[in-house]
Design a protein around this ligand. Structure first.
Ligand SMILES: NC(=O)c1ccc[n+]([C@@H]2O[C@H](COP(=O)([O-])OP(=O)(O)OC[C@H]3O[C@@H](n4cnc5c(N)ncnc54)[C@H](O)[C@@H]3O)[C@@H](O)[C@H]2O)c1
Length: 241
């Protein structure tokens, strides 16, 4: 890469986000990570301990990152969280937490990143949504609503900014072997992971390493004509026409 491009990854301290961060840093991007947890020190990676549901904190972190790297080129909305529970047993407190992290978080980061991208006349926004937002997921009603919201947000922004060199796409992982799924599995009271492994045509859970190549594609020059798209990466569990 002739020019070092700056990309912010939310939730890059663990799980899928950490695999995306390592891959982007190895490809020569300057990576800023916004996460509640501290980020392991690595070349080309700067960590900011931030709650993505806090607009002002996200703005300060992104401004500090851009002070070092120049105008932001890319944003990967990856941070997410859920606690599985039937909707009928859930309450407003849980809904607020799920929507704060999974919908307000990407809204905040996208709104702030877009200002720099519009000014620069180029940019790439990639959101890690979920198949829950496309086909639903029992026990994940509000999370599914938020993920469906992100997919619709990316499509709408793809239209609003189509002539400004900025693209917006969503990736929907299937069930993936990360701390988040382990927590949901524990809370489910059933052998959820074993059932998922039986149902997935490729007979295995996703791994964090299954996603960075598609993120890098969406960030690339080659993907400049691809916008408003949603792609599932799920071992064949979900197939969309
Ligand atoms: N694991 C799966 O089965 C699966 C399936 C579909 C989609 N996803 C999505 O993939 C993304 C990554 O999930 P994962 O499985 O790697 O989860 P994970 O829990 O392993 O990692 C999520 C990261 O986000 C950070 N984070 C959580 N809340 C935050 C907040 N408010 N502010 C800043 N950082 C915060 C966590 O500290 C953590 O580092 C999420 O958007 C998730 O919804 C995961």
């Amino acid at each position: 890469m002739a020019e070092q491009l700056g990309v912010v990854v939310t939730g890059g301290a663990g799980g899928i986000g950490a695999a995306i961060v390592s891959s982007l840093a190895a490809s020569g991007y300057a990576v800023g990570v916004l996460d509640l947890a501290p980020v392991e020190a690595a070349e080309g990676v700067t960590g900011y301990q931030v709650d993505i549901s806090d607009y002002v904190a996200v703005e300060e972190a992104m401004q500090s990152f851009q002070g070092n790297t120049g105008p932001l080129y890319g944003l990967v909305n990856n941070a997410g969280w859920d606690e599985a529970k039937p909707f009928i047993d859930s309450d407003v407190k849980l809904w607020r937490k799920v929507i704060d992290i999974n919908l307000y978080g990407p809204l905040n980061a996208t709104h702030i990143a877009l200002k720099a991208m519009v000014e620069a006349g180029r940019g790439r926004i990639v959101s890690i949504a979920s198949d829950a937002g496309r086909v639903g997921s029992s026990g994940e009603s509000v999370y599914s609503a938020a993920k469906g919201g992100i997919i619709a947000l990316m499509k709408t922004l793809a239209r609003e900014h189509a002539r400004q060199g900025i693209t917006f796409n969503s990736i929907c992982p299937g069930p993936t072997d990360t701390p988040l799924l382990a927590e949901i599995d524990r809370g489910s009271g059933t052998n959820l992971v074993a059932a998922l492994e039986r149902a997935i045509p490729m007979k295995r859970l996703g791994k964090p390493e299954d996603y960075p190549a598609l993120v890098e594609y969406f960030l690339s020059d080659a993907a400049g004509y691809v916008t408003g798209q949603t792609i599932s990466v799920s071992g064949g569990l979900s197939m969309h026409g």
